[in-house]
Design a protein around this ligand. Structure first.
Ligand SMILES: Nc1ncnc2c1ncn2[C@@H]1O[C@H](COP(=O)(O)OP(=O)(O)OP(=O)(O)O)[C@@H](O)[C@H]1O
Ligand SMILES: [Mg+2]
Length: 451
């Protein structure tokens, strides 16, 4: 009976074959198989806790995000935009695991084994890992049976299909069905599964979004394809905190972990340049440092307020508050602001960082490079605390910043020095000095004094 083959280790003995063709994993006969094979109840105290110890991958930045490594029998989904480096990351991960004596299998459903080999050679990866170009669930099952790996990477889950499921390959139903089968396999056999998932431009895991509840860990691999910096974060993690950030640099020979993240980050930023602030933004629960840049030019025939990654209307409002409440005379100027690196900053907590970037550009005074700025600005020039301040500050501290300009009401700030200010005026003084003189080319002719 098939149920027999779905039983315990060694990993993958025919399990996927049994699971394949079931349509929705967990339906029909396989649900029964699951019941037949489910383990008996045990006393918690008698459970061998070392069995769940994480297996370090040897890629420090990845292990940092995972809180030590891959937990045996767990399922991890790695999402990222096309071309960001997911296949590179996972090939390097498998090669590293293999060099540490772990038996690994790469299910390369998108690239042929020849392409994988070429990539491995380019990256200088050891080649003692197993690879299969299978795309069907039974094909993967056969490879798992043949290789009996401890860790299997499926690149990508969107290209895997279950012949027993009538939905079109690549459809959400197929993706869910296949991921369900692989997850069940991981739980039953202890094989560690890593699934690669493509995300759409707006950051949603296309199709795999629906997998997030199914898997144990969801990692997001982000970055601007045109820049070398890559960030790896845990969006969901059953075995540890999600706040950690892994930083990599994409080089010719593959991804390099960046130990001195702040150095790299500040390296990209032109320190000492007026018109720049760093804002620790939070997307969902994830902190990400964003550089806000501003450019102020003499307004010619009407003034312009324009933003990229920063809302133009909000920029106009903040410029007016800066002008009226903080005495920085930007009224007659054109103001452009952008969130560098293609980031988008929509939260009000970025107000103060935007204001200080504009003030810095107008006054031609740089904001000190070790400062991050957090806070919402009210129309009266008063500052309000932003949500998740400790998380933002912790991220900034981790990346090497030393001071945070925060509203006086902010919750406790640990890890770096908090400069507490109550008004925008105080914030300008604390970061740019007490003077308020703007660049000479921005000044109004004496005949047009401030209204
Ligand atoms: N032959 C090569 N030489 C140098 N760099 C390369 C080469 N092939 C790929 N790269 C670089 O590696 C980057 C990451 O590629 P990778 O295939 O790992 O990304 P991916 O996220 O898996 O992409 P996809 O969504 O297409 O699967 C590419 O964008 C490119 O910059
Ligand atoms: Mg790829």
């Amino acid at each position: 009976m098939e149920a027999e083959t779905v039983a315990a280790p060694p990993p993958a003995s025919g399990s996927l074959r049994a699971l394949a063709g079931s349509g929705d994993a967990g339906a029909g006969g396989d649900l029964l198989a699951g019941l037949v094979n489910d383990p008996p109840a045990v006393r918690l105290g008698s459970v061998d806790r070392s069995a769940g110890d994480a297996l370090p991958t040897g890629l420090e930045e990845l292990d940092r995000v995972l809180g030590g490594g891959l937990v045996p029998g767990s399922v991890t989904l790695v999402g990222g935009e096309p071309g960001i480096g997911k296949s590179t990351l996972l090939l390097q991960t498998l090669a590293s695991l293999a060099s540490r004596g772990t038996r690994v299998l790469l299910v390369s459903a998108e690239e042929s084994p020849e392409q994988v080999r070429r990539r491995a050679e380019r990256l200088g990866c050891p080649d003692d890992l197993w690879v299969v170009g299978a795309t069907s669930l039974p094909g993967i099952g056969a490879a798992l049976e043949q290789v009996a790996p401890q860790v299997v990477v499926v690149d990508s889950i969107q290209t895997v299909w279950d012949p027993g499921n009538e939905a079109a390959p690549g459809s959400v139903t197929q993706v869910r069905s296949c991921a369900g089968a692989l997850t069940m396999l991981a739980k039953r056999t202890g094989v560690t599964v890593v699934l690669v998932g493509h995300v759409t431009k707006d950051g949603a895991l296309a199709g795999p979004r629906t997998l997030e509840h199914l898997v144990d860990t969801v990692l997001s691999f982000e970055g601007d394809r045109h820049h070398a910096l890559r960030l790896l974060r845990a969006v969901k993690h059953r075995f540890g905190p999600t706040g950690e950030l892994g930083v990599f640099e994409m080089a010719e020979e593959g991804l390099r972990g960046v130990a001195d993240a702040s150095g790299l980050f500040l390296g990209d930023r032109r320190c000492g340049e007026p018109g720049s602030t760093v804002f620790p933004s939070v997307e969902g629960v994830r902190p990400v440092l964003v550089e806000i840049q501003a450019l102020v030019a003499p307004g010619v025939g009407g003034v312009r307020r324009s933003g990229i990654g920063v809302d133009g209307a909000r920029l106009g409002l903040l410029a007016a508050v800066l002008d009226r409440r903080a005495r920085v005379d930007v009224g007659p100027t054109d103001i452009y602001a952008s969130a560098a690196g293609g980031a988008r900053v929509a939260e009000p907590g970025a107000d103060l960082a935007i204001c200080l970037a504009v003030a810095s550009a107008a006054m031609d005074v740089a904001v000190p490079s070790d400062v991050v700025v957090i806070g919402e600005v009210g129309l009266a020039g008063e500052l309000r605390q932003a949500s998740h301040t400790p998380r933002r500050v912790a991220e900034a501290a981790r990346l090497g910043f030393r001071r945070a300009i925060v509203p006086a009401s902010s919750t406790e700030v640990a890890g770096l020095k908090a400069v507490r200010v109550s008004t925008l005026d105080e914030a300008v003084t604390a970061t740019l000095g007490a003077g308020r003189s703007v660049r000479s080319d921005l000044r109004r002719p004496p005949s047009q004094g401030r209204p």
